[in-house]
Design a protein around this ligand. Structure first.
Ligand code: FAD
Length: 563
């Protein structure tokens, strides 16, 4: 493993990026700034290609900020005998734990076993032994069986009636948006030109090949053409829309999944509890002062950007929790929700949504045009590797230079360091010695930014107010908002509240005062006047209230497009 050179300037200027996009000719233009597009850009630039990436919303604003946040092999895919998918995902899990130990961390999972369950304890033990063996040397730890009494002691919230025993095994958990952002920043620091809020609207061709992509900057309204030798579409659930631009047929079967967030005191688990209800798998995931639960899996035909949790979705998740835990959760307990659309590939026949394969596919369009979709957050790095391999081979001689070998499996992501646990302990102590930061804030800064945590505090050296919390009860401090503008291309309030921090999901949520405080900090760096700051707060509040619209369903929204 080698590190990202920390000497590289980290300031990321969107204006400069747009100038480069307009000026240069790129070997590869990537469309889509989710996890897949980010890894493609990082892979290609590390191999020596000139690379551009455009994202029509914010980075990770598609499915990559709406997942269950698990970095996992996918134990349940063993039931479908998708052995190679599980093996690949377990390898990727191991790599991500090394490449981004500040954002991806191992965590125990519990499967409670009840009398009369479809899967006997023996069958589960055989499955978990296979899972552990498939992970090989990248195994986090061996699974273990626990008696009913031990399970009740370790996870007292789970339903006790009929409990037989439990199996603990290991996988990992992450912050999907920040993982995507880390990969994107890594690509930019290695030389890629990338910009959010730039939409690819049509293609340019010359001599029977793709020659460029016509783009629109939605912040300025300006249009320009990106000159490209090859194009890779990584548009997730928008893949069919992108393919339609060149006349290619649809390939997707999108499905929607939702999560609900409740305060930790209403549903307390120490590990991630994996449970089945009405034949569907659910996970209850501890996240700081909250627990989130998901997910559902229903066919989706609308705009992926408009998927919301409906009243029916939320009540089905709450029913699953109340049947599986000693809880009586109600709609009013839900403090946030999120909904995402899986970019799954349509299969022959009509399997149930949750049985559609999570494998990916590389598609070739007109000369020089490629697309990739399907897969998982966990396996996006290897998907990108396969795509860049394909492009290097097919486009040999047309690209600007010799294409090197894939290095994304070896180069650490920004903020990562080897021996992270030791680093974390030392840094928390050092931070507390030199400041008044609480344990929780220090742990949050190091667990979010890794080796770059000290940069957050630089601005606060001249303005102590930046050390203050953004919202009561949240470890997020105002200095992070200033940092996000200068170094992480945050240009809207929502970019920070949802994807640079978790505030919208696990923090202040629908809180106008906190939103206004952050708008004040962002506005100082972005030059917003009062009216602009107010517009940003209004837009954010509409988004945040949308998460809770299941309480008062809005006619025509979301439910209309659920099949
Ligand atoms: P996206 O993240 O959707 O990115 C595509 C991007 O392309 C979007 O940001 C979009 O704005 C942009 N775009 C589209 N059209 C254009 C255009 N014309 N111009 C510019 N930009 C454009 N995987 C796991 O490994 N673990 C999990 O726990 C997990 N849980 C999940 C739970 C749910 C409910 C869902 C829905 C998915 C889950 N997944 C999980 C799968 C994983 O989230 C997705 O496979 C992954 O995020 C897809 O990333 P992507 O980059 O392909 O798509």
């Amino acid at each position: 493993m080698s590190g990202t050179p920390d000497a590289i300037p980290r300031h990321v200027d969107r204006g400069e990026m747009i100038k480069r996009l307009r000026r240069e000719t790129f070997d590869l233009v990537v469309i889509g700034g989710g996890i897949t597009g980010a890894w493609i850009a990082r892979d290609a630039v590390l191999r020596g290609l000139t690379v551009a990436l455009v994202e029509k919303g914010d980075f990770a604003s598609g499915t990559s900020s709406r997942s269950s946040r698990l970095v996992h092999g996918g134990l349940r895919y063993l039931r479908h005998r998708h052995i190679s998918l599980v093996r690949e995902s377990l390898r990727e899990r191991g790599l991500l734990l090394q490449l981004a130990p500040h954002i991806v961390r191992p965590i125990p999972f519990l499967i409670p076993v009840y009398e009369g369950d479809r899967d006997s304890p023996l069958l589960l033990r055989i499955g978990l032994t296979g899972y552990d063996l498939l992970a090989g040397s990248r195994r986090i730890g061996w699974h273990r069986t626990r008696s009913r009494t031990q399970v009740m002691k370790e996870e007292p919230a789970i339903r006790s009636e009929g409990l037989h025993s439990g199996l603990f095994y290991f996988d990992a958990v992450t912050n999907d948006s920040r993982l995507t952002l880390a990969v994107m920043l890594g690509a930019i620091e290695s030389g890629a030109a990338a910009a959010n809020y730039v939409e690819a609207v049509s293609w340019e061709s010359a001599g029977g090949r793709v020659a460029g992509v016509n783009c629109q900057d939605s912040l300025t309204g300006e249009s320009f053409t990106l000159r490209a030798r090859a194009v890779a579409g990584a548009a997730g659930p928008w893949t069919d829309e992108l393919r339609a631009m060149v006349g290619d047929a649809p390939v997707l079967r999108p499905t929607k999944g939702i999560h609900v967030v409740v305060p930790r005191e209403r549903l307390r688990t120490e590990s991630i509890v994996a449970f089945f209800w009405e034949g569907r798998p659910f996970f209850a995931v501890p996240a700081g002062r909250h627990t989130y639960v998901g997910t559902t899996d229903t066919d989706w035909t609308g705009d992926p950007g408009e998927a919301l949790a409906t009243a029916e979705d939320v009540s089905s998740v709450l029913a699953a929790v109340n049947a599986s835990f000693e809880t009586a959760l109600e709609m009013a307990d839900v403090t946030a929700t999120w909904a995402g659309v899986r970019p799954l590939i349509a299969e022959e026949g009509s399997p149930a949504p949750s049985d559609v394969s999570r494998d990916y596919e590389i598609l070739e369009g007109p000369a020089g045009v490629y697309a990739i979709c399907g897969g998982k957050l966990t396996s996006a790095r290897s998907m990108a590797q396969a795509l860049v391999d394909r492009i290097s081979e097919k486009e040999r001689g047309r690209l600007s230079g010799r294409v090197g070998r894939c290095r994304t499996n070896r180069v650490l992501l920004p903020g990562a360091t080897a021996g992270f646990e030791g680093y974390r302990r030392q840094s928390v102590h050092a931070l507390q010695r030199g400041s008044d930061l609480t344990d929780e804030v220090a742990g949050h800064l190091i667990g979010t930014y890794g080796t770059r945590h000290a940069d957050i505090l630089c601005d606060a050296a001249t303005d102590e107010s930046l050390l203050g919390p953004v919202a009561a009860g949240s470890p997020v401090i105002c200095a992070e908002a200033a940092y996000a503008v200068a170094n992480e291309m945050a240009v809207k309030l929502e970019d920070f509240m949802w994807r640079r921090s978790d505030l919208m999901l696990f923090g202040s949520g629908v809180d106008r005062a906190a939103a206004a405080r952050v708008a004040g900090v962002l506005g100082r760096s972005l030059g917003w006047d009062e009216a602009r700051a107010r517009d940003e707060v209004d837009a954010y509040m509409r988004e945040a209230e949308g998460m809770l619209s299941f309480r008062q369903p809005v006619p025509g929204v979301a439910a209309a497009t659920d099949k």
